[in-house]
Design a protein around this ligand. Structure first.
Ligand SMILES: Nc1ncnc2c1ncn2[C@@H]1O[C@H](COP(=O)(O)OP(=O)(O)OP(=O)(O)O)[C@@H](O)[C@H]1O
Ligand SMILES: Nc1nc2c(c(=O)[nH]1)N[C@H]1C(S)=C(S)[C@@H](COP(=O)(O)O)O[C@H]1N2
Length: 196
């Protein structure tokens, strides 16, 4: 699987602070995925043309199957990530944004301020799932993995549980995860190895 990771931050892209978005995403995928993957990364400012160009490049030229953005989903004047994402979409996937806000409300009351969206971008021979995550680096694990109790029991499912089957349906590679981090759900008919 080819994963595109885009950190969208005025200050991190200008070197005012060190970007923590891409390292947090890389660390999460390293712990969560058991099937092979490679990443293609970009660090850019909160500028709509630059965000659209990066999304198109990662899907159309770099052949990414999944692209995650972090940052720029709030209500501030320079927060334009959802608009750029919708501009390059061929289909909207509203369930992911709804579920991310529900999960995030378990962590912070300001979750409702995130306008994050998820979409599919289809080209004639390829498709990718694109999802926006908030800029706060800790929100990456919170939304992808959900909420667990002290014994590791899942209290609220993260959104990544539904991502592998979505990638199956758009013609991408079969993704497998490390169940101690993230348990994937697929209908029985879509499983490659039937459970014993
Ligand atoms: N790439 C990043 N690396 C480290 N911390 C970040 C990053 N992006 C955001 N943050 C932290 O999360 C907070 C909320 O993120 P948000 O996307 O709203 O940033 P912001 O206030 O628009 O600023 P900027 O675009 O300059 O990062 C930031 O104030 C910052 O503390
Ligand atoms: N899981 C999670 N979601 C979160 C947050 C967080 O800390 N954790 N921060 C919220 C805050 S404070 C804001 S303003 C919005 C938008 O953040 P962004 O502009 O950095 O994308 O995301 C929200 N969603």
């Amino acid at each position: 699987m080819r994963i595109g990771l885009i950190s969208i931050s005025d200050r991190a892209s200008a070197g005012i602070y060190i970007d923590q978005g891409i390292p947090a995403l890389r660390d999460w995928f390293t712990s969560a995925l058991s099937s092979p993957w490679i990443m293609v990364t970009r660090l850019i400012a909160d500028e709509r043309p630059a965000i659209e160009a990066a999304l198109i490049e990662l899907v159309d030229l770099e052949d990414c199957d999944l692209v995650l953005t972090t940052g720029g989903t709030g209500p501030a004047r320079r927060d334009v990530t959802p608009e750029a994402t919708l501009a390059v979409a061929t289909k909207e996937m509203p369930g992911f944004g709804e579920q991310m806000r529900q999960i995030s409300l378990k962590f912070v009351p300001t979750a409702i301020l995130s306008r994050q969206v998820a979409v599919i971008r289809e080209t004639p021979d390829h498709a990718a799932l694109i999802m926006n995550l908030p800029g706060q680096p800790k929100s990456i694990r919170e939304t992808l993995e959900g909420l667990k109790d002290a014994d590791g029991k899942q209290l609220v499912a993260g959104i990544f549980a539904a991502v592998p089957y979505c990638i199956d349906l758009i013609g991408g590679p079969y993704i497998e995860t490390n169940p101690s981090v993230c348990t994937v759900f697929r209908p029985k008919s879509a499983l490659r190895v039937q459970p014993s």
